[in-house]
Design a protein around this ligand. Structure first.
Ligand code: NAP
Length: 322
């Protein structure tokens, strides 16, 4: 069946915005479900063709109405910190995946792209990864034309990761860092979005799961030090041992704005790295090539470097399409 309309859950978030933009650029009609129309509209302001609908996707009737008439569903909903009810891991990951699969089956939507996370699984140490694993199992057993994506941490000019480090480093001359040796392989958000778009119409990706990683492995300490250097700040990073890392997460859990929880600490017990090639012939962008353009002070030189790397990436994608 030809896909023309894609219903996106989580399309107003960081990754969702890029996925929706990439889908729209490929000519798909994009429909985005949100809990907050005004916020979502602002997030998708550069995408005037995207339809934004206020939907409680946890209510099966509303979910069904939202996906009705679409030929594919993209589920990007995820929470990093556990909350109450529908804001919790179980509801937002595992239960929602069941509701999405049921709605797709009932309404004849055969194609489902689902966002998981690297190292998700039933035996994982954190509830985040276990509930992501439960959702994966539901999708794998769905009988639909499914494709799963399992990225390491994702970076981009509007991320909540390097930008968060940059904000903290602005305030603190010395940073006490929990889990400094946790390993990541950051992947560029536009590469993730490109993988979703390439998979959508690719029959060969049905029933497959793709780990998405960037070209290099970094420890958490290296990522913080990279951010400090890119923002032009001299900062001292003190790595905490395991017990102090746990205690830091325990205390930060009680702060009004949650930056870190014990569940995040447990997720970082597993290396978020992979050694498989990036799918669909996409060459994943390096952190060093992209991030200084938005982390560093904006100068004509940084603008020029960003422009050059964009041209290089465009040329790479044209070459790989041939
Ligand atoms: N960012 C990363 O580094 C990373 C790494 C690995 C995997 N992932 C996965 O990628 C997906 C997208 O991540 P992101 O960074 O883009 O997250 P994000 O910016 O927080 O966006 C999350 C989106 O999900 C929706 N959402 C969140 N909780 C919801 C709930 N309880 N009910 C209904 N909608 C809810 C939000 O929609 P509204 O607020 O508009 O309703 C928002 O559009 C997630 O599944 C995440 O686990 C992300």
């Amino acid at each position: 069946m030809e896909i023309t309309t894609v219903a996106v859950l989580g399309g107003s978030g960081f990754v969702g915005r890029h996925v929706c933009q990439a889908l729209a650029e490929e000519g798909y009609r994009v429909r985005v479900a949100t809990r907050d129309r005004e916020r979502a509209k602002k997030q998708l302001i550069l995408l005037p063709t995207a339809e934004v609908a206020v939907v409680d996707i946890h209510v099966p009737g509303q979910l069904a109405e939202f996906i009705h008439g679409a030929e594919a569903v993209v589920n990007l909903v995820g929470v990093l910190h556990d909350g109450r009810g529908e804001r919790g891991f179980q509801a937002a990951h595992a239960d929602l995946a069941r509701k999405v699969v049921a709605a797709c089956r009932e309404h004849g939507v055969r194609r489902l792209l689902h966002m998981s996370s690297l190292r998700a699984g039933a035996q994982a140490p954190s509830a985040y990864l276990r509930t992501k694993g439960e959702a994966e199992a539901t999708v794998r057993e769905s009988g639909l034309g499914w494709t799963l994506f399992r990225p390491s941490v994702i970076f981009g000019h509007d991320d909540n990761f390097l930008n968060l480090f940059a904000q903290i480093l602005k305030l603190l001359p010395v940073m006490a860092l929990g889990s400094p040796n946790a390993r990541f392989q950051p992947v560029f958000v536009e590469d993730v979005a490109a993988a979703f778009v390439k998979a959508l119409a690719d029959l060969g990706s049905h029933g497959k799961s793709f780990d998405l990683c960037g070209p290099r492995v970094y420890t958490l300490r290296e990522l913080v030090e990279f951010t400090a250097a890119a923002t032009g700040r001299r900062r001292t990073v003190i790595g905490l041992n395991d017990s102090l890392s746990y205690l830091q997460a325990f205390f930060m859990e009680w702060m009004p704005v949650k930056l870190l929880t014990r569940d995040n600490y447990l997720s970082m017990k597993l290396d978020s790295v992979c050694d498989c090639p990036f799918p669909f012939g996409i060459t994943p962008a390096a952190l060093e090539a992209m991030a200084p353009a938005w982390l560093g002070p904006v100068t004509p030189r940084t603008r020029y470097q960003q422009f050059r790397s964009q041209v290089r990436r465009y040329n790479d994608s044209v070459t790989s399409d041939r």
